[in-house]
Design a protein around this ligand. Structure first.
Ligand SMILES: [Zn+2]
Ligand SMILES: [Zn+2]
Length: 399
């Protein structure tokens, strides 16, 4: 595999370096290394825009199969506090790791600056970031429960016998494997150092299955939106109208807007001018939407999650006449205390939820079925291929 180890020190420099790459060289490259200095958020060449732009270019690069990306010193496994986390930019990680879930990469290599001796990598601090960007919500929740059980037994006041670290690590590894993914600590390769955590698909067919199951939208950085090409009847490509709820969803920022608050968002988050924003807001599709949040229709019953809106692991009141829903355990408990509802039935009260707007005054949670919850059997892979083919066949038959 031809790897590219760039000499550039910042995202902006790397963008230029890639632009100058000969087409033949570009086509031969299969992996690239993103160095530590590219994650320094206090460096102007790494600010949000160049980082988003670089992520889009890498995702769009057909021949690229693997990414090596620098990680800060791990807060659990590292021997010393280096302050790395304080200035670390996660923009590239967030975009590139999220694409792994869709089968975009064969492998992601997470490079740490020093060599760690603890073999229980699933208890490392940095793995939690990886988890959040790669795994669906349900396994994230299982991993969170498994780990917090373990940490709780380590508390001085706990009466329970702590499980062994190895055992907890194994359980976490198992949860990842069910989702088709392995993570292994490896020796550093060329251009790498310290502890390398390699994230891979368990088998090529699993990756292919994920690719087939997910379409792959390349996120465009704000600077590449062709404002001048939008006519008055068109809405920008990142906006999706949700007529049944009477709002417009910004897929880039995962938030919904009414006629009145859309203009501000376009100017401050998408680089539109006053005139461009006015053109969009007065276009006929936007005029069909609610003017203010008073006129918005919020989903009442459980629906399939709306793509691009964040899904939250929340709580609902189990009293049949009560509409109370919240994102935090403390407010759920205080509701139960005040009203006598739910009698603290934790299991029944958990629900995945979304809200159309994240603005505190407009937040209204509704229950959803998570969209993309995938898992793969752990037994013999040959048999699984047959099972999946059968499954795919029956899905096709259903149309
Ligand atoms: Zn937006
Ligand atoms: Zn209630």
């Amino acid at each position: 595999m031809a790897s590219l180890i760039p000499t550039s020190q910042s995202c902006r420099e790397l963008l230029t370096e890639l632009e100058l790459l000969q087409p033949t060289v570009r086509q031969s490259v299969r992996s690239i290394t993103l160095s530590r200095s590219m994650m320094w958020s206090d460096e102007a060449g790494n600010h949000l825009r160049p980082a988003l732009h670089l992520a889009a270019v890498l995702l769009d690069w057909k021949e690229l199969e693997a990414i090596t990306i620098a990680m800060p010193e791990d807060l659990t496994a590292g021997q010393k506090e280096t302050g790395d986390h304080d200035y670390w930019s996660w923009t590239l990680h967030r975009r590139l790791l999220a694409a792994f879930t869709q089968g975009r990469w064969q492998e992601i290599r997470l490079v740490h600056p020093t060599t760690y001796t603890d073999p229980n990598i699933f208890l490392y601090h940095n793995i939690k970031y990886v988890e959040e960007w790669i795994l669906p919500l349900e396994p994230q929740r299982l991993l969170g429960i498994r780990r917090s059980h373990y940490w709780n037994t380590l508390d001085a006041g706990s009466h329970r016998q702590p499980a062994s670290r190895e055992r907890v690590n194994q359980d976490c590894e198992h949860i990842w494997a069910e989702r088709g993914i392995v993570i292994q600590a490896e020796n550093p390769g060329p251009g790498e150092m310290g502890t390398v955590l390699a994230v891979r698909w368990r088998a090529p067919w699993i990756r292919e299955y994920r690719q087939a199951a997910t379409t792959f939208p390349i996120p465009k950085p704000p600077s590449l939106i062709p404002w001048q090409l939008l006519s008055s009847i068109e809405v920008p490509p990142f906006l999706q109208l949700l007529p049944q709820w009477r709002v417009a969803l910004c897929r880039e920022h995962g938030d919904c807007f009414t006629q009145d608050d859309l203009g501000h968002h376009l100017i401050h988050h998408h680089g539109a001018t006053e005139d461009e924003s006015t053109d969009v807001c007065f276009s006929s599709p936007i005029q069909e939407l609610a003017k203010t949040w008073k006129d918005v229709v919020h989903p009442q019953h459980r629906i399939t999650a709306i793509p691009c809106l964040q899904v939250i692991d929340g709580y609902q009141c189990t009293d049949i006449f009560c509409q109370f829903r919240t994102a935090t355990m403390t407010s759920w408990i205080s509701h139960c205390r005040k009203t006598g509802h739910s009698s603290f039935e934790m299991k029944k009260s958990r629900m995945f939820c979304q809200t159309l707007s994240s603005c505190p005054t407009n937040v209204r949670y509704f229950a959803v079925y998570p969209l993309d919850d995938f898992s793969f059997p752990l037994a013999d892979d040959q048999k699984n291929i047959k099972d999946l083919r059968r499954l795919q066949g029956s899905e096709d038959a259903c149309g």
